[in-house]
Write a protein that binds this ligand. Structure first.
Ligand code: KIV
Ligand code: ZN
Length: 534
């Protein structure tokens, strides 16, 4: 087989660390299943020691994923490595990913270590990890600002200690493609045992060069790309998986390398991430943005009609963007509906398909034309819903009084078990008023941290998808609601989050979503504490 580039997806670790992208366990499991369908080689499922929630999600993903390697991040500390091992040991193909900073800047100010001490620590950590697991990755954090002779010494020693992958991160997104090419060539050319390990890159996007840097490193011989869907990640993010792989596919003439990614799954994967996190994909996002294949200008349209290659370097089908114009309506039967699901690559068990079909029929009474995006939204609504809890509040009805020169008033009736509860409240707008009425009924105060409405399709009768994040002292909870009426969608989304908050905590987002932006790893106190532990 030709040379293959492995895709190491860190959407669930580095990506999830970014503000706004926290996911709960069930969401991470859905994302992991889609990453497996996408064909990534390695899923970095989290940072096991960071919190009990992270540990649990790494553990559950390890048990659920069968084809990909599942990795957990761990600092170069025994207690971190033990936690990571405990979390991934049930995986079919576990990996321990340990790291230590190696640039003089990080050594002096963050780790307060000499180069020799760091080298010794790296070797000890890799050796310890290798005794637990056959697949060990070692990352030289801030590699791109590390002295090149010292880098070669650390890489050689880490491989001798048992590292099977050596990752050279551009942690702060500072390097240029020429520098990354030189760094990779230096390591491949000078480290005598380098053939025993895969060289990997992990480029951040602070200067907008993450993908260019990753491709430059691949051209120089790196054979693992660490990346995230839609380029999410710390600060300006990581290299975008879809851009790297489409670079390799579209410019096969330049790279001539194999990869296991099924590019036709890219659009679906990006849209699942957007649905789960409630963060929209920018229309101009390369590969998966709504405008990535849209031709507005007359000159372009003319050219594309004459020959698509004039302005299209890749086809929408190659990234899984299908023609959404094939519509269904209220006269479509279950057979046509099942066929449409299968055309979309969606497989549901019979009971779930029946529920989605029932939702489709309800929608067809309200909306003339139902296209693929509506169907995907309905599948999400049914298949992505949490398991109902007997203590859940459900919406029975609401009445709104609103206008442009008055306060809005909402009167909402909810059911809980056999009891019904009605409250009214006012607010500066109808959504505000109805959320307040819900708050009064459930007798629990919460703050609204985020609220987003997105139209699923473009027409006036479009479905609206509402995502909310609410918080109380126990954490942050996300909820989703979907309806052709945005007030109803907003109440449903709020109830989804409230029920999670009050009844089962299933929507709790990661390790304290609110404080996540401040999360840093490897700070000196932690490391030194860990060091004396040993
Ligand atoms: O950016 C970075 O250096 C990292 C490492 C932990 C791989 O995320
Ligand atoms: Zn990173």
């Amino acid at each position: 087989m030709k040379d293959k580039v492995k895709f190491f997806d860190t959407t669930l670790r580095d990506g999830e660390q970014a503000p706004g992208y926290s996911m709960n366990i069930e969401e991470k499991l859905r994302m992991a299943a889609q990453l497996e369908s996408l064909g990534v080689d390695i899923i970095e499922a989290g940072f096991a020691i960071a919190s009990p929630g992270d540990f649990e999600s790494v553990k559950q993903i390890s048990l659920a994923v069968k084809k990909c390697v599942v990795a957990s991040l761990c600092r170069a500390l025994k207690k971190d490595i033990d936690a990571a091992h405990e979390a991934v040991k049930g995986a079919a193909r576990p990996r321990l990913h340990t790291f230590l900073a190696t640039s003089d800047l990080h050594l002096k100010y963050k780790l307060k270590m000499t180069r020799e001490e760091a080298l010794k620590r790296a070797v000890e950590a890799v050796r310890y990890a290798r005794n637990l697991c056959d697949d060990v990755e070692f990352s030289l954090e801030d590699a791109s600002r590390t002295d090149s002779d010292y880098m070669c010494r650390v890489v050689e020693a880490a491989i001798d200690a048992g590292a099977t992958t050596i990752n050279l991160p551009d942690t702060v997104g500072y390097s240029t493609p020429d520098e990354i090419r030189a760094m990779v060539s230096n390591v491949i050319g000078r480290v005598p045992n380098i053939s025993k390990a895969t060289v990997s890159l992990h480029c951040h996007n602070d200067l907008g060069l993450a993908v260019a840097n990753t491709l430059a490193g691949i051209a120089a011989g790196a054979r693992q790309a660490e990346c995230c869907i839609c380029g999410i990640g710390e600060r300006a993010g990581n290299a975008a998986l879809e851009e790297i792989v489409m670079g390799l596919r579209t410019r096969k003439d330049a790279y001539n390398l194999e990869y296991g990614i099924k590019t036709e799954e890219l659009a679906r994967t990006a849209s699942l991430l957007a649905k789960i996190t409630g963060v929209k994909i920018s229309p101009s996002k390369p590969i998966v943005g709504a405008n990535a294949f849209a031709h507005e200008s007359g000159i372009h349209q003319h050219g594309v009609m004459a020959n698509a290659k004039t302005y299209e370097i890749m086809t929408p089908e190659s990234v899984g963007v299908k023609n959404a114009s094939l519509v269904l309506g209220k006269h479509s039967g279950q057979h046509a509906f099942s066929q449409r699901l299968s055309d979309l690559g969606i497989t549901l068990d019979k009971a779930t398909e029946d529920m989605v079909f029932a939702e489709f029929k309800k929608l067809a009474d309200l909306k003339k034309k139902i296209d693929e995006r509506d169907i995907v939204a309905l599948v999400e609504k049914v298949a992505g819903a949490r398991k109902p809890n007997a203590k859940d509040f459900t919406l029975l009805n609401y009445v709104i009084s609103t206008g442009n020169k008055m306060y809005s008033t909402a009167c909402v009736t909810l059911a809980r078990g056999k009891k019904t509860h009605t409250e009214s409240a006012f607010g500066t707008g109808p959504i505000f008023a109805s959320i307040r009425a819900v708050e009064k009924i459930v007798k629990h105060t919460f703050s609204l941290q985020d609220f987003q409405i997105q139209a699923v399709t473009e027409r006036r009768d479009a479905l609206g998808e509402v995502t909310v994040k609410i918080a109380d002292a126990t954490g942050v909870f996300r909820g989703r609601g979907i309806s052709t009426d945005i007030i109803e969608g907003s109440i449903l989304a709020t109830l989804d989050a409230v029920n999670r908050m009050l009844n089962d905590k299933t929507g709790a987002l990661g390790r304290g979503a609110a404080s996540k932006a401040q999360h840093t790893y490897g700070d000196a106190d932690d490391l030194l504490a860990g060091h004396t532990d040993r």
